[in-house]
Every structure is written in C-alpha cells, then in structure tokens.
Design a protein around this ligand. Structure first.
Ligand code: AIR
Length: 339
C-alpha cells in the first residue's frame, strides 16, 4: 500500500511528538511513512526521500523538528505537495523552532501547527486528503465528535463531583448539556456559495492582508469569497456565513486581536482552516494565539501578515487532486525568482 503521508523527524529524539501523529493516523486508518533526516546534518538525504516520496504518490509531508527547525522548509524545497511543520520544544519552550518554521518567505509556506502538536499535524494532513476522499472526511468528523464528547464527559466526571455549598448547576434549560447545531438563516447568505476558498477578515483594517490572499488566488484560478465579519461583534452573521459556505474546501482566517476569527471558524467546519496572523496598531502580532490551538482543532498558520503564502498553501492543498494548479504554482515561483 503506498502511503499518503510522509512524516520526517529532524532527529530520533523527536520521536515522542511523532507518536502523537502516528496515534491519530492509525485511528483514521491512513497509511503513512516515517523517516529521520536532518536539514543540517543530512541535507542530501532530505532531497532524496522527499523527491522519491513525491514521485511515489505522497500527498502531504509532515516535518517535525526542534531548535533551528529548518526541516519543513527544506522539505518544501523539493516538493509541490503541502508541508506541515511541527515545532518541538527542545530549548526556549520551542519558540525558536516555531519561528524557524512559520516565518517562511513567499511563495514557500509551511502549514505550521502548535509547539509539540504532532496530533494536530496528523489531523490537518488528514483534512487535506479528505478534500478528495469522503471516507476519510467521515472519519475526521467522528474523531472530532470524540473530542467534543470528552468535554461533555468532563462536566460529569469533574464538575458533578464537586462538593461545595454554593455551587448551583441545575438551572439551565438544556438538559444533559446536549449540543445543538446553529440554524442557517438564508437572508444573509452570500450569492457566491460555490467558492472553493473562503476568506474571513475580522476587521476592516486587515483587508490589506486579505487583498494579498485574493490576488494570488486569482492567479491560481481558484474561486473565492471574502467577508469582513467578526465572531465577537457579530456572532450571528459570522456563524451564518461559515455555515452558508459549507461547499467551500478551505477557509482562510485573517486573524488580529486574540485570533478569534480562526478559532471561531475551526469550531464550525471540518474543512482545513489556514490562519494569517496580523499585526495591530501597536505593532503586536498574533502568531502565537493563531497557531497554539488545542488538540483536535488545528489552524494551519503561515507567517505574520503573509496573505500571499496563505493563498499559495491553499493552492498546494487543492493541487493534490488538480495538477493544473501545480503548473500555475510553478509559474508563481519562477516569476518570484526572476524578479
Ligand atoms: N535538528 C536536527 N537537525 C537540525 C535540527 N534543527 C533538531 C532535531 C531535534 C534537535 O535538533 O529535530 O529536535 C536535537 O537533535 P539531537 O539529535 O541532538 O537530539
């Protein structure tokens, strides 16, 4: 059986993080391959396994490394396939590895997940493949239900056992904390419901970054729809819009203050979510709050304000089943070099 995913570790010492990825892929029944190759100690080995892996039919690569973690970037140099990066906490709490992985130049994005989040890397890889494999999509939906069930169960196992005088929990209308689905209200649905990529911007000032996304999506001939809507200030509109765009393959969230946009989208869809962290007026950026998602709900994070890389990543994901986009991506890369 040809594996669909190749996991590469920078060192044998990263194995504990790879175990998290493997546990998820075993659960989702997706064949994968596991190799060790260092960007600095064995660069030629990376080139060989990535090129041969791509030729053999690998659809997604996962690079797991710590310290100056150039491994995912090195993988991206040798394949048109999407590359997911997992920073490992070896020193500085993993911040060194995170910055090395996420801050990639255009047009070479790495879909970065949180520090040590091998589990989320595997879920994200599965989401990419699920775009053309309905069976895997169903398995992801079921896996996400398990994460939701754990939250419900904690209410029984932890909260109900608390023996305090003034705690009072039996006053809500919902019994047994049943989770209901939000209703779609057709009146504020967009006309462009069949867009392949949806770009959601939390505030008007981040439209400049959104524009970078849509310019590149146009060049890649990928249909898209953009809306400025904040999940906190206009929750009903936000929920409605995401639900309305249920035919979309990929969501891109342009995330400013505390990254509520990407966090909000990921809870409402099983499709891959790409996050572009933005900088605010004070110069603070929101990379950590975008990337540091809990297990079960990954956000594929690209570099700060790097809307162009978000679009390239969307192109790479869609190109797994659409070779025409691979050709268009190659043109983008050549053009950049010729500049
Ligand atoms: N590493 C290996 N080559 C380049 C890098 N950045 C990383 C490994 C591991 C860390 O360095 O991914 O997380 C320490 O590796 P080791 O082999 O010394 O334990």
């Amino acid at each position: 059986m040809t594996p669909k995913i190749m996991i590469i570790l920078g060192s044998g010492s990263d194995i504990a993080i790879a175990e998290k990825s493997m546990d998820i892929l075993e659960k989702l029944e997706i064949p994968y391959s596991l190799k060790i190759a260092s960007a600095h100690r064995t660069p030629n080995l990376i080139r060989e396994i990535v090129k041969q892996g791509t030729d053999a039919g690998i659809e997604v690569f996962i690079g797991i490394a710590g310290l100056a973690a150039h491994l995912p970037g090195a993988i991206a140099a040798y394949t048109p396939r999407p590359v997911i990066g997992v920073p490992v906490d070896v020193k500085t709490g993993g911040i060194d590895a995170l910055q090395s992985i996420v801050q990639m130049p255009y047009p070479s994005p790495i879909a970065t997940v949180g520090i040590d989040r091998g589990d989320n890397a595997a879920i994200l890889a599965a989401q990419f493949i699920a775009l053309h494999d309905e069976e895997i999509r169903q398995r992801i939906i079921n896996l996400r239900k398990e994460y939701a069930a754990k939250v419900k169960k904690s209410n029984e196992d932890i909260i109900q056992k608390i023996d305090k005088k003034f705690i009072q929990n039996d006053f809500l209308r919902i019994k047994d904390l049943e989770i209901s689905k939000p209703k779609i209200e057709d009146d504020i649905c967009t006309k462009n419901r069949d867009a392949e990529v949806v770009v959601i911007v939390g505030r008007q000032t981040d439209m400049a970054t959104a524009k970078k996304v849509t310019v590149i999506l146009d060049r890649l001939k990928i249909s898209h729809d953009t809306k400025v809507v904040c999940p906190i200030r206009s929750n009903r509109k936000f929920t409605n819009y995401v639900k309305c765009m249920k035919n979309a393959k990929i969501f891109i969230g342009i995330s400013s203050n505390s990254s509520q946009v990407t966090g909000g989208i990921v809870g409402l869809t099983d499709r891959p979510v790409i996050g572009v962290p933005c900088t605010n007026e004070n110069g603070d950026d929101y990379m950590l709050t975008t990337v540091s998602m809990p297990p079960g709900v990954p956000v594929a994070t690209v570099g700060i304000n790097n809307g162009k890389n978000a679009a390239v990543l969307a192109g790479e994901i869609l190109s797994i089943s659409n070779p025409e986009i691979v050709g268009l991506l190659d043109k983008l890369k050549d053009k950049k070099i010729n500049l």
